[in-house]
Design a protein around this ligand. Structure first.
Ligand code: ADP
Length: 476
């Protein structure tokens, strides 16, 4: 058990000027993991002042100088990879195998991608006597969630630094340990004072103060739509750019000739392994009506065979939810689905049997709801738990219509044997990312949503462009 008693401001561990101290517990068993300081608006002010001061120098560095720092960052990140993974497990309950196999490597890919972006991008371009220059927007506020903390913190930080922005990071309250290890990594890489600052704190206090702060040039936010509206509103009077990556209710379209092993594989990988706590989780599976029984006969036993339990145990397939509050929310959604007329063919309310005296952990059963129609709340709202809505379709046209009948547009999944048909369906789904059959996710590709799933793109060149402003020198 270790306390986090400081923020990171101007290159040093700093005691907050105001705020509170809060206890943290492990999602696996409710045991205490240490206390964390929550800063206040005065701390935000100090961090922005430091970031602003450092911007004067950092914004005028060459891409090569920024690449050199990011390369150091990568070395330190690799050196602390196991600590980062353990911190993720302690913060939000991801199984340790997933933390090591996905959370940390995907964060690493973002740093490597930002290096490539800074190397490949023409920050200055001449068109006759006109010079087009891409310049950093200013100190960047990075407001991140708890569900994929290392990926989000590493991705946003690397893109902002590659662009020449300085950073004030406000991690999620439930990801303080991951943020702390990440800050140590950034510090050990030799980041100049003030270029990276971290303020722990509550969103409504620290996050909103950052969004509103006139010294911040750009906000990059990942989280819920409700919070994004608050962040955007707080930022509006200063007209700063606000990049958002939000939630989803991503459809998985199974075509009439779909291979169900492939479809179920994607459910495991993108939904159950994360206990449903992924913005792009395939939470609505659209199944050809004639093959519904067959699909369930493949899906249900595979879910019932999952080991739900201690995320610190390498044998665990699915860990707990992040918190008791999230557990209550997910229980509420399962009950609401049942009240709306859905039926649970596996899972349902309550806690599963979990070995090892972990009664206080936030465990939930993988749950499949059938008899769902797309107008039910359970099919429209993001649940952020391992709860799938299975919806029948009679034609591919109907499946596409159901897929697009959502305010969200983050991701979609299409499974079918006919490659041309799969690609045609993918082109008609309004979503920022479409995964075909058992495709690997390319973590270097741009990531972001259509519609109410957000307005920016993260990662790689596109991620860096979000932090850049365009200047034109006429007669240059
Ligand atoms: P989640 O539901 O995944 O926790 P949130 O959108 O609530 O998502 O949180 C994402 C991030 O936004 C967290 O770092 C949180 O502290 C922060 N946050 C919450 N409320 C606000 C707010 N009013 N202004 C700015 N940031 C906020």
């Amino acid at each position: 058990m270790r306390d986090i008693d400081h923020l990171w401001i101007d290159g040093t561990r700093t005691t907050p000027l105001e705020g509170t101290v809060e206890e943290r517990t492990h999602p696996a068993d409710g045991s205490p993991t240490g206390r964390v300081v929550m800063g206040g608006a005065a701390d935000v002010d100090r961090a922005v002042t430091a970031a602003d001061r450092a911007f004067d120098h950092w914004s005028r560095t060459t891409p090569e100088e920024r690449i050199a720092l990011l390369e150091n960052l990568l070395v330190e990140f690799d050196r602390r990879a196991d600590d980062l993974a353990d911190a993720v497990t302690e913060d939000m309950g991801a199984p340790v195998t997933l933390a090591r196999g996905a959370h940390v490597p995907s964060g690493r890919t973002q740093i490597a991608g930002a290096i490539e972006a800074a190397r490949a991008h023409a920050f200055e371009e001449r068109r006759g006597n006109t010079v087009i220059r891409h310049e950093p927007l200013g100190p960047a506020a990075l407001i991140t969630p708890w569900n994929f903390p290392v990926l989000q913190m590493a991705g946003k930080t690397a893109s902002a630094l590659a662009a020449g922005c300085t950073v004030v990071l406000k991690p999620a309250e439930s990801a303080a340990r991951s943020a702390e290890v990440f800050a140590e990594v950034v510090h050990a890489a030799g980041t100049p004072a003030g270029v990276f600052n971290l303020v722990h704190g509550h969103g409504a206090v620290v996050g909103s103060a950052l969004a509103a702060h006139p010294g911040i040039g750009v906000v990059s936010f990942t989280g819920s739509l409700t919070t994004a509206v608050r962040v955007t509103t707080a930022a509006a009077p200063t007209m700063k750019r606000v990049l958002t990556e939000l939630g989803g209710k991503s459809p998985q379209i199974l075509l009439p000739d779909a291979d169900f092993d492939v479809a179920v594989g994607a459910v495991h990988r993108w939904m159950m392994a994360m206990t449903g706590q992924l913005c792009s989780a395939p939470s609505r599976t659209l199944v050809p009506r004639a093959r519904m029984e067959e699909f369930l006969s493949v899906l249900v036993p595979s879910l019932e065979a999952l080991t739900v339990g201690d995320p610190r145990d390498p044998a665990t397939d699915m860990g707990p939810l992040v918190s008791e509050a999230q557990w209550n929310t997910v229980q509420g959604w399962i009950r609401r689905g049942l009240a709306e007329g859905a039926r649970a063919v596996t899972g349902g309310p309550g806690k599963p049997e979990v070995a090892g005296g972990l009664e206080a952990g936030h465990y939930v059963r993988p749950t499949v709801l059938v008899d769902v129609t797309n107008d039910m709340a359970v099919a429209r709202e993001e649940i952020f738990g391992p709860v799938m809505s299975v919806i029948p379709h009679d034609t591919v046209e109907e499946a596409i219509a159901i897929a697009n009948d959502t305010p969200y547009g983050l991701a979609a999944y299409v499974v079918g044997a006919d490659r041309e048909r799969v690609e045609e369906v993918a082109s008609r789904v309004r979503a920022g990312a479409v995964l075909l059959n058992d495709a690997e996710l390319d973590w270097t590709a741009p990531w972001g949503g259509y519609k109410q799933s957000g307005n920016g793109r993260e990662f790689g060149v596109e991620g860096m462009l979000g932090f850049l402003e365009t200047k034109v020198i006429h007669g240059g």
